[in-house]
Design a protein around this ligand. Structure first.
Ligand SMILES: [Zn+2]
Length: 436
């Protein structure tokens, strides 16, 4: 071995990434290089380690981009977000069901217009990248055009993104309603057009159990069976009123989660937002099937939904990622979302160390979306999506960072004070796509 091929680029800075969940596997899962080097060749990770060890191995002529004084982490993964709700972020006063009626459904109506959809998709992706988010599981709307617009925008930027058309055939306004058959056919056509095209994944997207008939849920399960590798995204057990409504609509179900289970939706690559009002049998069922939970702290606080129980999720062995859930969530920033996650867990008497937080928004998120073969850390061969964080992006942060005693303290400062200003640059497949 003579090192990576000529044409490689190396990035020097303080590197942090994970090969496992530090909460379960301990320090062995945490890879920290204070003076680190990330070597990228043909858009993929060629090597990662200590700069002093790796610099002499670089092929002659390899460019070294100097990010010393800054952190280099894998690109952030947002496991639950609605691009179609970008424009209703920070809408006042309601809890889930009224919020949907009053703000969400009217906003989603305009995505029948492909031009509007594309304009919002471009804005949404620019905002995500500005916040260091390089992969997300994204709800479009009921309109197939809204998925075409989003995937076209993601494809133009070569992003690894997942999205899907909302399935919704009841308990919603007529103008947002599909039918079991049209929802199935539209989804099938979108899968054929986009799934596996470049870096894109399709996600079958029943909004939540109350807005789908049993026939529609059955056909959603069939889409998954017929298209291995396609993802699933939905919501479960977000709000107390919603949970009661599901019990009335599906009297045969033991629990809300049981509705999805009946139709074969619990599996690896299925991610369910919120997972607040679950019992331990539900959590163990998710763990056994590989279905993942998306913890959406800013949304859960903003809509008054409840407090996610990370310890119970982990105790049951469930896969967990973090979601911004914009527009119920109030920030595109996964750093700000970690800040609120920390506080939610404090209210439960639980802790969120910074290394665990950064695991959840990188490899944890990639695992939740079953994309960890491609992204999530800096193992050789992974796609080189990464973010460069500046710990001194404001005078307060610079000051607090200087006073920090160790790596954990510096990271915790970033997690609690960080936002889009902390993102110095975002890279996709080794190429800069955003710079502060
Ligand atoms: Zn949501």
């Amino acid at each position: 071995m003579t090192g990576p091929a000529t044409g490689a680029t190396a990035f020097r800075g303080e590197i942090l990434h994970f090969t496992g969940d530090p909460a379960l596997e301990g320090p062995a899962a945490v890879h920290h290089h204070e003076d680190g080097l990330l070597v990228v060749s043909n858009g993929r990770v060629a090597d990662c380690g200590d700069a002093q060890a790796l610099l002499p191995t670089l092929a002659e002529g390899t460019a070294v981009v100097d990010h010393r004084g800054k952190w280099i982490l894998p690109g952030f993964v947002d496991t639950h977000v609605h691009y179609s709700q970008t424009d209703i972020i920070a809408s006042y006063g309601e809890q889930l069901l009224d919020w949907l009626e009053r703000f969400t459904f009217p906003a989603e109506r305009s995505f029948a217009d492909p031009q509007h959809a594309r304009e919002v998709a471009d804005f949404f992706l620019a905002e995500a990248l500005k916040n260091g988010t390089t992969t997300a599981a994204v709800f479009a709307t009921v309109h197939p055009e809204s998925v075409d617009a989003f995937f076209a925008a993601a494809s133009a930027r070569n992003l690894r993104m997942a999205a899907g058309k909302v399935l919704m055939d009841r308990n919603c306004p007529e103008f947002l309603r599909d039918t079991p058959e049209s929802g199935y056919e539209d989804s099938k056509a979108l899968i054929a057009r986009w799934h596996g095209t470049g870096r894109l994944s399709y996600a079958v997207t029943p909004r939540f159990a109350p807005t789908s008939s049993e026939r529609q849920l059955e056909l959603a399960g069939r889409l998954l069976d017929d298209h291995p590798g396609v993802l699933l995204q939905s919501h479960v057990a977000e709000n107390v009123g919603e949970v009661q409504w599901v019990a009335e609509l599906f009297p045969w179900a033991r629990s809300y989660l049981d509705v999805y289970d009946r139709y074969g939706m619990l599996r690896r690559g299925a991610v369910f937002a919120h997972c607040i009002h679950l019992d331990d049998a539900n959590r163990r069922r998710m763990a056994a099937t590989g279905a993942a939970m998306s913890f959406c702290a800013t949304s859960n606080l903003f809509l008054g939904s409840g407090l996610f129980d990370l310890e119970a999720a982990r105790g049951a062995g469930a896969v967990v990622g973090i979601g911004t859930d914009v527009g119920g969530g109030t920030a595109f920033s996964l750093l700000r979302t970690l800040n609120e996650s920390y506080k939610v867990l404090q209210m439960r008497g639980q802790r969120l160390p910074a290394v665990e937080g950064f695991y959840l928004i990188t490899l944890g998120g990639a695992r939740a979306l079953a994309l960890d073969a491609h992204i999530g850390n800096f193992e050789r061969g992974k796609e080189a999506d990464f973010v460069v964080l500046d710990p001194a992006s404001t005078p307060l942060r610079a000051r607090r960072s200087r006073l920090a005693q160790d790596c954990d303290e510096r990271l915790f400062m970033l997690m609690m004070l960080g936002d889009d200003r902390a993102v110095h640059a975002t890279y996709v497949m080794g190429e800069p796509i955003y710079r502060a």
